[in-house]
Write a protein that binds this ligand. Structure first.
Ligand code: PLP
Length: 394
């Protein structure tokens, strides 16, 4: 069996990832191929990034076209059309009036924290600066986002973490007691917690959180870095709860595998930020924005969202059947094409056996398998994935 714990790491790459020994050289559709030509059905999708799979003709054409004029990067000191058009597109598909582009999920959340602090200071003075995240939340591994991330093993070696950021239980009564409008400027939540075990925050909880934050003059930041952009079967996950946030962060699938993130916000929040308050060298360049314009068109297409809901329902049915038939499966959770399977065995052992079978899945915690296939996954791909999962768990 391929065990990740014994996997060799190269001498030159920082050893922060344990990688299996094979190397990927090519992708096609929902499959990756290693250097020996072995195919792997990919239900990891670059950790919920490659929504269009591999070798997508429209994406590849867009990338080639985006090279015309050789405008890859100009910096944010100057105007370019693609980024402005992408911002307009994001505003048109969401609650937001203003957009800031950056380069990753953690960077989007760090920026959202700064904006929330700026807004809090404008509304309630320096004391109104605290940011509250939720039990099981994952918001990134930079200093601010690490303080908002509920993973003791990620946090412990890097203390002291950034101050003014605390974690609260996913419980409205506790939040009612915690959310002091004098000191708290924002709450951040993933509508579907990804790394924390694929936990869907119920619409009732999100509605309660929205009411509580709105009544107290506290911002609600939704982190849709993993669950947004169509993965739940609606373009934004917050649409399921029929609420709107004050800020939203997005990243993973935005630019078809190129690194991009964005912070979306209301006008009222955005208006507290002044020239010079925040910035980035690369964020929202003309090349990456042109690629992202294609991705947003494809993933917001109602036919694509319907496809995600249908394939999601198929996956749920198959996972429920596996859970019923196998006592090694404790629970199945998720929505759309984002699923977690709680298993009695260490998740990494099943991930290793799946790899040997030519099936890529990852974990979300010690005992949870995570399945986040490309959104273009076919009915036959889902069936094949379920068969391989059954074999890997057995
Ligand atoms: C919900 C969520 N927020 C933030 C991040 C951090 O994103 P990045 O790895 O691009 O910094 C992730 C990454 O997995 C995520 O799933």
């Amino acid at each position: 069996m391929t065990t990740l714990a014994s996997a060799p790491v190269t001498d030159t790459m920082l050893g922060v990832y344990r990688k299996p020994p094979m190397e990927f050289v090519r992708g096609a559709g929902v499959e990756l191929f290693d250097a020996d030509g072995k195919a792997y059905l990919d239900f990891v999708a670059g950790i919920a990034v490659n929504a269009l799979g591999y070798g997508d003709a429209g994406l590849e054409r867009t990338i080639r076209d985006a090279m015309e004029g050789s405008l890859i990067h100009t910096s944010n000191l100057y105007r370019t059309q693609p980024s402005e058009r992408l911002a307009e597109r994001l505003v048109a598909t969401s609650f937001a009036d203003r957009v800031f582009f950056c380069n990753s999920g953690a960077e989007a959340n760090e920026g959202a924290f700064k904006i929330a602090r700026r807004w809090g200071r404008a509304k309630g003075g320096a004391a109104k600066h605290e940011i509250i995240s939720l039990r099981g939340g994952f918001h990134g591994r930079l200093m601010g986002t690490l303080a908002a991330t509920d993973r003791p093993q990620y946090r412990a070696p890097f203390r002291p973490l950034a101050g003014g950021i605390a974690i609260a239980e996913r419980d409205l009564d506790e939040l009612d007691a915690t959310l002091n409008p004098e000191t708290v400027t924002a709450v951040i939540a993933e509508p579907v917690q990804g790394e924390g075990g694929v936990r869907v925050l119920e619409p009732k909880f999100l509605q309660g959180l929205r009411t509580l934050t709105r009544e107290r003059g506290i911002l609600l930041i939704l982190d849709e870095i993993q669950c947004g952009y169509g993965r739940t079967g609606k373009f934004w996950a917050y649409e399921h709860a029929d609420i709107t946030p004050d800020l939203l962060t997005t990243a993973k699938p935005m630019a078809g595998g190129f690194p991009m993130g964005a912070i979306l916000m209301t006008r009222e929040v955005g208006d507290t930020m002044q020239a010079g308050d925040h910035g980035t060298t690369f964020g929202g360049g003309p090349f990456i924005s042109a690629v992202a314009l294609h991705v947003i068109d494809r993933l917001s297409d109602p036919a694509m969202l319907k496809h995600v809901r249908e394939r999601g329902a198929q996956l749920k049915k198959g996972l429920d059947a596996i859970a019923k038939a196998n006592s090694k499966v404790r629970a199945v959770r998720g929505t759309g094409l984002m699923w977690g399977v709680d298993v009695t065995e260490p998740a990494k052992d099943i991930v290793g056996r799946a790899l040997d079978l030519g099936f890529l899945i990852c974990s979300a915690g010690e005992h949870t398998l995570r399945l986040v296939p490309p959104l273009v996954v076919s009915k036959a791909d889902v069936e094949r994935g379920l068969t391989l999962l059954r074999q890997a768990i057995a």
